[in-house]
Write a protein that binds this ligand. Structure first.
Ligand code: PEP
Ligand code: MN
Length: 334
């Protein structure tokens, strides 16, 4: 860490600060320039509160030199991570199509959709059993029963299943779920992330509604630092001043995350736009932008869906889109 002191800092104050750093177990290299003194701190600076140091009246600026995220950092792990779920691979040149309804509603619905998306080429079935709804009066999901129905759909189709977990307390219900999804609203539920870090299941980590890429990576770091390296990052749109779409799809996040991290990055054009008609163009753009996969909401009867019907594709629309996605993928992965 580099701490630049303000010009004309009294020596006494400078020495007090140096002494304080030394008491924290750090080596301090002092470089006295004509106008400014620079302190180079060597050692474990992770416990140092950068904001606190920055706020001192003698400090001009503070810069972290060591990387704040290590496990997910490409610098320390140049090869792409490939997340594996049965025969399905995500990342490292393997494109993954995840599709299914926002929420599991009943057996007929989930099995019908599972069969349709499988037929269209999907690799993984999605379906929410625990739903994070803005209003407590909206459908909250079938919970444990929803997970059981997903398992039936998996048995019927062979598709692995992904479902959102909102609380550590529900973990036992997810024992037989293939991929655990952490939704946007829980991206910084650190207790949940740490707990998922001690499981051996892949985690699909969605970017929070108002979170930076650094914060997303730090959340992945929570999971990985606790021992689980199977993390899939997901860009699902962020809050901006968009007025006609549910969120703003930050597509530049995909190549940027690839640069910063070795983890696979997928895109959710459904929650990003909130409108079914915008899903195909954004899904195609994400594929062209080198995403490692897509998670798309598909419903057999969107007008009657219990959640997110407006952004759900019908199975035939999904099938049509899948063909285009595969064609684009073939071009960009050449
Ligand atoms: C979902 O995938 O159903 C969902 C709620 O997504 P997000 O957390 O991105 O809003
Ligand atoms: Mn949804």
């Amino acid at each position: 860490m580099i701490v630049a002191l303000k010009p004309k800092t009294p020596e006494e104050k400078r020495d007090d600060l140096i002494q304080w750093f030394k008491e924290m177990g750090l080596e301090v290299h002092v470089s006295v320039g004509k106008f400014q003194t620079i302190l180079g701190l060597v050692g474990d600076t992770t416990k140092i509160d950068m904001d606190l140091i920055d706020s001192l009246d003698i400090v001009d600026s503070v810069k972290q030199i060591t990387e704040s995220f290590k496990c997910c950092n490409r610098k320390f792990h140049p090869d792409d991570t490939i997340v594996r779920v049965g025969d399905v691979k995500i990342g490292g040149g393997n494109f993954c199509m995840i599709a299914g309804p926002c929420s599991v509603e009943n057996e007929d619905q989930i099995v019908t959709i599972a069969k349709a998306v499988k037929e269209a080429g999907a690799d993984v079935l999605r379906g929410g059993a625990f739903k994070p709804r803005t209003s407590p009066y909206d459908f909250q999901g079938l919970k444990g029963e929803g997970i059981e129905l997903l398992k039936i759909a998996r048995a019927e189709t062979g598709l692995p299943i992904v479902s959102e977990i909102m609380s550590v307390a529900d973990l036992p219900l997810f024992e037989d779920v293939d991929i655990l999804q952490v939704g946007a609203r829980n991206m910084q539920n650190f207790d949940l992330l740490k707990e998922l870090g001690s499981t051996n299941k892949p985690v699909l980590l969605k970017r929070g509604l108002a979170n930076s890429l650094k914060e997303l990576l730090m959340s992945a770091e929570y999971i990985m630092a606790s021992g689980n390296e199977q993390v899939i990052l997901c860009e699902r749109g962020i809050r901006t001043f968009s007025d006609y779409t549910r969120n703003t799809l930050d597509l530049s996040a995909v190549p940027m995350l690839h640069e910063l991290s070795h983890l696979p990055v997928i895109v959710d054009p459904s929650h990003a736009t909130g409108l079914a008609r915008l899903v195909p163009p954004m899904a195609m753009a994400a594929t062209a932008g080198l995403a490692d996969g897509l998670i798309i909401e598909v419903h057999n009867d969107p007008p009657h869906a219990l959640c997110d019907g407006a952004q759900s594709l019908r199975p035939e629309e999904y099938a049509k889109l899948s063909k285009k996605i595969l064609a684009i993928r073939a071009i960009v992965s050449e």
